[in-house]
Design a protein around this ligand. Sequence first.
Ligand code: NAP
Length: 499
Amino acid sequence: MIIDALLVVFGGTGDLAHRKLYPAVYNLYLSGLLPENFALVAVGRRDKSIQDFRSQVMESIREYSRNKVEDIDKLEKILARFYYYKKDFYDSQGYERLGEFLKDLDDSYKTRGNRVFYLAVAPEHFGPIVERIHSAGLAPNGKESWQRIVIEKPFGKDLESAARLNEDITRVFSEDHIYRIDHYLGKEMLQNIMVIRFANTLFEPLWNNKHIDHIQITSCETIGIENRGGYYEGSGALRDMMQNHMLQLLMLTAMEPPVNLDTESIRDEKVKVLKALSAMAPEEVARNVVRGQYGEGVDPDSGDRAIGYRQEDRVSRDSDTETYVSMKLMVNNIRWAGVPFYLRTGKRLPCKTTEIAIEFSKPPEVLYFKEFQNLQSNLLVIKIQPREGAFLQFNAKKPGARSEIIPVAMDFCQNCTVDAVSADAYERLLYDVLRGDSTLFTRWDEVEHSWRFIDSIAEAWDKVSPSFPNYSAGSWGPDEARVLIERDGRIWRDVCDYY
Ligand SMILES: NC(=O)c1ccc[n+]([C@@H]2O[C@H](COP(=O)([O-])OP(=O)(O)OC[C@H]3O[C@@H](n4cnc5c(N)ncnc54)[C@H](OP(=O)(O)O)[C@@H]3O)[C@@H](O)[C@H]2O)c1
């Protein structure tokens, strides 16, 4: 059930709000999923009339919404519930006035004091804003109303800073009112991983070290860092992708079946996967983790020459920030003993795709596996983006008089037809915040254990200077990444979608 509420967006003039949040609100409205009693307040520091704000939101919706604007009346109806409130985050008195403004809107929209505070702001503002929301009494969380807080990633830059931030937030909001965003969790196919695993007799009995040889999780991008040099220099691929999105994919792939589908049961199983990852000693990091940084090369999308990372805007000319990471890790429990997980993510790689590939073990060398050399293993690939779907590869006889066996595939694509555009992740996540379902958000212990693991890698890296750049833009990353998997007698999958 959706409960009536005001959505208060701090950073309401920013990129995330305009590209993702406002189109998501519009699409929820079109789908009939917004509460009747709803309004949105964007908090920003610029001078802006409400008309200017609404026409900028209209532009963003026209540009970024997955549903094109066909009915202008509908668009205007939802825009009439968008408000702009000018204030600086650090103007403490301003929060009381903001409170009065919100109360007036409560009366107009019958939202009864329920609020979602969405912090679409840089991480250094999270703590100060929460503290001021508290001091101004904007989040009483009493019996009559609820107040929730949504925190964008990154949640800290290591365990220590994440714990400090968490303390600041939990002083004001209890865990069940905190929604830590990892927008990957809002993607259709991520939610489908559990369904594919646990709703199919075909897969779950095979989902273990008796039948699986290894698993590859890949998330690669063709773009460089675009105009995010300032942010990326303080982050890098390990913190920007591995700590959150990649470990989420790992957790959903490796978790045990939850006892039921409620939020805490699912989160309990996910966090156990992180607990089964041992922090890596420096010599393990040297052996099992590869970092890279792109140099000059080719832009994979246009074929034009591409500059190296160190030449990008707001990047140090001798930067040691990694734009690529691959690693081999083991999940130390009974189900996965002996099964390596290979993870890789990077920028300026040959294609944009995210997928999980489960390669099943080969059967004993009898019958066809004895007679035919190089028969391929069965493979299940869950495609997350841009193609959404799954394919299952198995061996079959090639038609004809000769005895030949070839790999064939059963291929399910859920977004291959023109009108099958999945809801954007932010739509699903905003909808869940409004109805109070935090299953697709990150619980504190997930954040804590993921940082513990990632810190062990970052600390080992801090002791050794990398020789960057070590891969060309448009290539598959550093050569050490190839060695990392080939020394185990395996190869990285060709993940590009040629459809
Ligand atoms: N953009 C994305 O696609 C994306 C994706 C994932 C996560 N995120 C995360 O989302 C957060 C926001 O990112 P963004 O790209 O939207 O950033 P952004 O475009 O720089 O927007 C930041 C917003 O904060 C406002 N602001 C900054 N200091 C302020 C102050 N003292 N008082 C009042 N307003 C202030 C800015 O107002 P002005 O306009 O006046 O400067 C702007 O509205 C970050 O944590 C980022 O890591 C973003």
